[in-house]
Design a binder for this molecule. Sequence first.
Ligand code: HEM
Ligand code: HEM
Length: 187
Amino acid sequence: MTDLTFRPARYAATSRALHWIVAVLVLTTLPIGVVMLQDGLSRDLQNTLFILHKNGGVFILALVVLRLVWRVWAPAPPLPASVPPLQARIARLAHGALYALLLVMAISGYIRVRAGGFPIEMLDAIGFPPLVPRSDALADTAKWVHGTARYALAALILAHIAAGLNHLRLRDGVFDRIWPPFGRGRV
Ligand code: HEM
Ligand code: HEM
């Protein structure tokens, strides 16, 4: 008998919500990082963008760690059988690299700011200790890592979005694994 209730396996509701919250935050934090360093901005606008970028970045770091911990309880569901094994392998590697690059970006940003002796307003307000010693050499190295890894992250995000939208076009069930961001499906 045909099972009319069949739906392709989907990420747990919490995983889907975290995916889209982090996606929106990254897709705004990354361009803010580029814009805030441009010449000709008013001091007020530049300050506001720096505050948004630093605090948004720390928020991303917290959510990515939460996502990785949560992933242990709610692992990725199996892909539809229509996805060739090589493609599934590449997708797994790309997702791992996205997690790794998000961590590298957020941690290097954190070290660059703390080693440089600058504030992170959200953390300072709750009395969170800097954890990183004040050091210009360390701040410069972290700045280099932050400014370099962003190219890899941006390239991978573009490829990831293109692949996701291609699955939406193919209607092969892969996009529905991560959509909608809220509601419908398992917890
Ligand atoms: C329009 C934007 C985006 C689309 C259409 C999209 C689409 C998808 C889809 C379809 C999946 C599930 C793949 C599968 O079935 O295995 C997925 C997973 C994932 N996405 Fe996105 N995504 C977008 C933005 C982003 C952004 C900005 C990031 C982070 C920088 C991101 C990070 C991830 C990660 C890490 C996974 C793997 C989840 C896991 O298995 O733990 N995505 N995305
Ligand atoms: C995933 C999270 C993050 C992304 C995607 C990101 C992205 C970027 C990008 C694209 C730039 C411009 C780099 C350049 O033009 O050289 C930048 C600069 C910067 N970011 Fe982030 N960032 C993130 C997290 C953070 C965090 C957590 C902090 C600090 C708490 C931070 C602090 C900074 C600072 C201070 C700069 C200016 C660097 C300089 O001194 O030239 N970022 N970021």
